[in-house]
Design a protein around this ligand. Sequence first.
Ligand SMILES: [Zn+2]
Length: 63
Amino acid sequence: MEQAFPQCLKCNSGILLPLSDYGRDGASIMYKAWVCNNPNCGFNLRIDNGEISTGRDITESYK
Ligand SMILES: [Zn+2]
């Protein structure tokens, strides 16, 4: 599992981990969001319909 993930530009100590999601039709959406693995940082970035937004709280939706 040696993968090079981008370093977090906010805290410069964590790395950004990609999160995948699944669309309504079950198709996987790769790398929809990225989160910093440093709990003291909490930086996150997500991509919705081609738009990138940062700094929002990531809320998980349970179906
Ligand atoms: Zn960070």
